[in-house]
Design a protein around this ligand. Structure first.
Ligand code: ADP
Ligand code: YYY
Length: 233
């Protein structure tokens, strides 16, 4: 029986993790998991339930019971709580500005880590593989993944991409990117590659080239491990 093609991708904000991971998963015909969206969904759900985000015990308790539903089709990923789809809501400033409060809660991280492992296993069982992206996938959630990649890019490139994406001035993205990454890095190390993790620096390559760079790393791993397979040609 062939082994599941789990591809773990970490990196700071604005390196291209989400867009590149989605494209790679589509090309390979495997599932896609945006773990950052899970932290965002929890932050949204706490605000919706009027839970004080500074009350770590209350946030952790809410995390244990909230009905998070992740759609893992890379061509139409979705995030829901119960029957309500919240894909747009979790990208709003109201969530972006507070998400670090839930992401730095260690009880929350333990709960979401287990959910992420289960989702990756389910997604891989359905489609033969899964591209999972975040901050601690290569090190904590899926340290045994056959492909592990750290995406990096200069601060300048990351800020300018986010500003183009959000249609705001580059400098105004500093708080969203540089400051938030600094807070998040107190609980997971995602700026240097752990042992066995391949770095893909996207500072000076475009989106297409970034997708090709990741696919090349995947192909090299497949070539060295005949037990792994993919539907991509
Ligand atoms: N290599 C690249 N070169 C230029 N722009 C890119 C590249 N990769 C991604 N982008 C663009 O940068 C923006 C941020 O990418 P995203 O995937 O959301 O990053 P992350 O998930 O790391 O925060 C998106 O608009 C995306 O299309
Ligand atoms: N595996 C993960 C994924 C995201 N996080 C944190 C980091 C961010 O503050 C939030 C949201 O992550 P997301 O990847 O959506 O953030 P970006 O806006 O792309 O930088 O969750 C985490 O701590 N661990």
């Amino acid at each position: 029986m062939s082994k599941a093609l789990v591809i773990a991708i970490d990196g700071p904000s604005g390196t291209g993790k989400s867009s590149v991971s989605k494209a790679v998963a589509s090309r390979l015909g495997v599932s896609y998991l945006d773990t950052g969206a899970m932290y965002r969904a929890l932050a949204w759900s706490c605000v919706d339930a009027q839970i004080d985000l500074d009350d770590a015990a209350a946030v952790a308790e809410h995390c244990r019971t909230f009905d998070l539903r992740m759609g893992m089709d890379p061509t139409a990923p979705s995030v829901g709580v119960g029957d309500r789809l919240i894909d747009a809501e979790i990208r709003e400033d109201a969530v972006t500005s507070v998400v670090s409060k839930v992401a730095t809660n260690l009880d929350v991280r333990a709960n979401l880590k287990q959910r992420q492992r289960d989702l990756i296993a389910d997604g891989a069982a359905r489609t033969g593989g899964c591209v999972a992206e975040g901050r601690d996938i290569t090190t904590v959630v899926a340290p045994d993944a056959p492909v592990r990649i750290l995406m990096t890019a200069s601060e300048e490139a990351r800020m300018s991409r986010r500003s183009r994406q959000l249609k705001v001035a580059a400098e105004s993205t500093r708080a969203q990117i540089v400051d938030r990454d600094r807070t998040d890095s107190t609980v997971s190390q995602f700026t240097t590659a752990a042992d066995g993790v391949v770095t893909v620096d996207t500072s000076h390559i475009n989106f297409r080239q970034s997708v090709d760079a990741v696919l090349q790393v995947v192909q090299e791993v497949i070539d060295g491990d005949p037990g792994l397979s993919t539907s991509a040609g």
